[in-house]
Design a protein around this ligand. Sequence first.
Ligand SMILES: Cc1ncc(COP(=O)(O)O)c(C=O)c1O
Length: 396
Amino acid sequence: MNKDEFLAKYAVDRKNTNSVKWDGMAGEFGSAELFPLWVADTEFKLPEAAIAALQKRIAHGAFGYSLTPTAYYDAYFAWQKERYGIELHREWLRFGTGVVQSLSTLLQFLTQPGDSVMIMEPVYHPFRHVIENNGRQVVVSELVEADNGYQMDLTDIAEKFSNKEVKVLMLCNPHNPVGRVWSEQELTDLLELCRQEQVIVISDEIHHDLLLEGAHFTSALSLKDGLYRDNMVMVDSPSKTFNMAGLLLSHVVIPNPQLRDRYDQQQEKLSAPAGNILGFVAGEAAYRTGAEWLSGLLAVVADNYKYLQEHLQAAFPAIKVTELQGTYLAWVDLSAVVQEKDLKHLVQDEAKLAVDFGSMFGKSGAGHLRVNLATTPENLQAAVSSLVKTLQENQA
Ligand SMILES: Cc1ncc(COP(=O)(O)O)c(C=O)c1O
């Protein structure tokens, strides 16, 4: 589907729908009159077949305790196999009510209080919160910004694995907020090190459908014909791809039967619900029919990215817009033109942008903005013009 068709059919005004991004803006930023480019959801409706499936299920009217539909497994497994060559098995798969909730449950049985858990900052900030909220220690290995983009620092990772007795590594692939889609070689090097050091990997692959042209996604599950599967858990969800975070559904893929048993015990201890019938209904239809819809979404993201990059860099060649390989989140380095102490005032109060400031993702994110591109071109373009104008006035 091309961009115009997608926008005509699926763009929707989310104001006054209890949307965190729109209706929570005043609470978070002190004003409701900003360009909303923060929370990682989109301004688009689900694929039409998913909406129709929800309508049909809702029209039935009864919502008692429900099983996971067999059709859900079939649709998700076919999507993963056809698009990425990932082979999944029904017995490996568990469900949660969100990826962050699943990450928390995983840490509760994979580690003990006080254990060290590694993250690579700058990274999606709930990684740190989940570790700290569970009384575990955060160990950071900083990503390194090289000429060819952000890289993992394997030497630093190896050193910290042994010095800090790291038990779990939380991997983000594609990496929010720096937009890297890790290559097969990079992942193999990392997972091999984890295997040797007996560090369990939680691979958060929630952004894996959001690939820009030329990007090739490899799941940690598929490396070396599954060599690392026993030493890892993969989490993802249809929520990021299809804009259904409010339907509360996540996947936890655990090929190792011992780890799976321990996950099940932990879920039981928490009396945790496993999934949500409306999430299954919408997700099944979206996986079964959503390929065209997704190509439309990605066309919007690609054009918004191009606009942002070209306009910011034309006005200020020193601004760095990181190459976007995956996710719909642009990572913009304004440090050459704005001091960190002035960033919030200029961007939020003057330019009227509601964005996530880089320092939220770790110390090394200072001076950066994370800009959500899964929005209408009107919203994005008006925001970019406003930012450029503010920065120009600030320099004058
Ligand atoms: C890497 C990553 N993991 C998890 C989530 C959130 O998932 P959920 O809403 O299912 O908890 C996000 C949302 O932005 C994310 O970027």
